[in-house]
Each structure stands twice: as structure tokens, then as C-alpha cells.
Design a protein around this ligand. Structure first.
Ligand SMILES: O=P(O)(O)OC[C@H]1O[C@H](OP(=O)(O)OP(=O)(O)O)[C@H](O)[C@@H]1O
Ligand SMILES: O=c1cc[nH]c(=O)[nH]1
Ligand SMILES: [Mg+2]
Length: 209
């Protein structure tokens, strides 16, 4: 299974704060951004490095620098937007591709309403961001879109994942690594992750059903 659960104490602590029943919109937003930053640190752990010589304080020094791998960060609207600034803190030059999907509350199927990809996807690592991986339909649809547009190197960063969603993604796209703070228990009858976070989009945007 291509899943990395980040057990770092700061990740687990922030996730615990996010799970609280009465967390405010402001706090949920801030924690989402902070958690996204930490998860992105893990998701970028194998970016290729190159050795270069630079002028250091005591003369020439050999250093390791990121090899200039092109990146695109791919927030899934809406909730993925809540993670965007946290990820961009680490990769400020990354270009942004946007996918709009709304999960139909009866069928639980993702309904696409927007897509805008940056160029040269075949040369880029795509980092998909979405707080919740529930049935997996939204993530599989996003990976399908990226691959149709030429992308070959894809990772997904989600705050919380359900086993059902991880299986769907792994079966459809075994090459895609999922980086998460938690693999939770299961989905309830409405397709919500248990224990999960509730409706992440509503909590980030301050909307109600
Ligand atoms: O794994 P799945 O079963 O597809 O569910 C997960 C999707 O559902 C939520 O978004 P939603 O469609 O509710 O839209 P929103 O971000 O606008 O709230 C969430 O942010 C994921 O995109
Ligand atoms: O638990 C879930 C499932 C889908 N979308 C959410 O925001 N939360
Ligand atoms: Mg969504």
C-alpha cells in the first residue's frame, strides 16, 4: 500500500486539535494550513538533489540543492484551498493547477465543475491537496484528469484518510503515494470519515449545509 502516515508528534497534536467538536473556523483554518505545511515536508522528502559548488564564508563549499524538479500543487476545490498556503510556504515557486469537484451527497460520486492545469505536466511532480480522502472518488477523478493531461509523477496529501478511499486509489493508481496524518476507522452511511473531522469544506469556509 502506497500510504505514508506521518506520526511526528506535532502532526498528531495538530490533528488532535482539529478533531475537537467546537473548533472555530479561524482555528480550523490555521491548523489546516500548519498541518499541510508539515505533511508537505514529508511528501517532498525524496525530491532529487544535485551537488553544486558555491562560494561560502571560508571559500568554495560543496552543497546539495534541489535539482529544479518542476512542481505543480493541485488543490481540489473547495477544501483543498485551505491547505494551499501551507504547502506553498515550502515550495513557493510551484505553479498551481486547480480541480473543482463537488461530491454528490446522495450518490457520493464526484461531479466535476472546473479544471485548469498549468503547462508541461509531463515534466512535473503534481502534489494534490485535499483535507479528506473518504470514498476516494474525488482523488481518483483528479488523478485521472492529471494523467489524461500527461502527468506521470503524482502524490496526494490529505489530512485524514479512510481505508475505503485508500483502497480505491491504490487499486486504480498504485503508483500514487498518499501522505496523511491519519488512517481513520471507516465511513459512516453518509460517506463521512469516522472519527474524521466532519465537513472540512464547511469548516474552512464557514458555511453550513
Ligand atoms: O473521497 P470522496 O468520497 O470523494 O470525498 C472527499 C471529497 O469530499 C469533500 O469535498 P466536497 O465534495 O464536499 O466539496 P467541498 O470541498 O466544496 O466542500 C472533500 O474535500 C473531498 O474533496
Ligand atoms: O468526512 C468527510 C467526507 C467527505 N468530505 C468531508 O469534508 N468530510
Ligand atoms: Mg471536494
Amino acid at each position: 500500500m502506497q500510504i505514508t502516515v506521518v506520526k511526528h508528534p506535532l502532526v498528531q497534536h495538530k490533528l488532535a486539535l482539529l478533531r475537537a467538536e467546537n473548533v472555530s473556523t479561524n482555528k480550523f483554518r490555521l491548523l489546516t494550513e500548519e498541518l499541510a505545511r508539515l505533511l508537505a515536508y514529508e511528501a517532498t522528502r525524496d525530491l532529487p538533489l544535485e551537488t553544486t559548488m558555491i562560494a561560502g564564508w571560508c571559500g568554495p563549499v560543496e552543497v546539495q540543492q534541489v535539482k529544479g524538479k518542476k512542481l505543480t500543487v493541485v488543490p481540489i476545490l473547495r477544501a483543498g484551498i485551505g491547505m494551499l498556503n501551507g504547502v506553498l510556504d515550502l515550495v513557493p515557486s510551484a505553479k498551481i493547477s486547480v480541480v473543482g469537484l463537488a461530491r454528490n451527497e446522495e450518490t457520493l460520486q464526484p461531479e466535476p465543475y472546473f479544471e485548469k492545469f498549468v503547462g508541461n505536466l509531463e515534466d512535473r511532480l503534481a502534489l494534490i491537496i485535499d483535507p479528506m480522502l473518504a470514498t476516494g472518488g474525488s482523488l481518483v477523478a483528479t488523478i485521472d484528469m492529471l494523467k489524461r493531461n500527461g502527468c506521470k509523477d503524482i502524490k496526494a496529501i490529505v489530512m485524514v484518510a479512510a481505508p475505503e478511499g485508500v483502497k480505491l486509489v491504490n487499486d486504480a493508481h498504485p503508483d500514487v503515494e498518499i501522505v496523511t496524518a491519519s488512517l481513520d476507522s471507516h465511513l459512516n452511511e453518509q460517506g463521512y470519515i469516522i472519527p474524521g473531522l466532519g465537513d472540512a469544506g464547511d469548516k474552512i469556509f464557514g458555511t453550513t449545509k
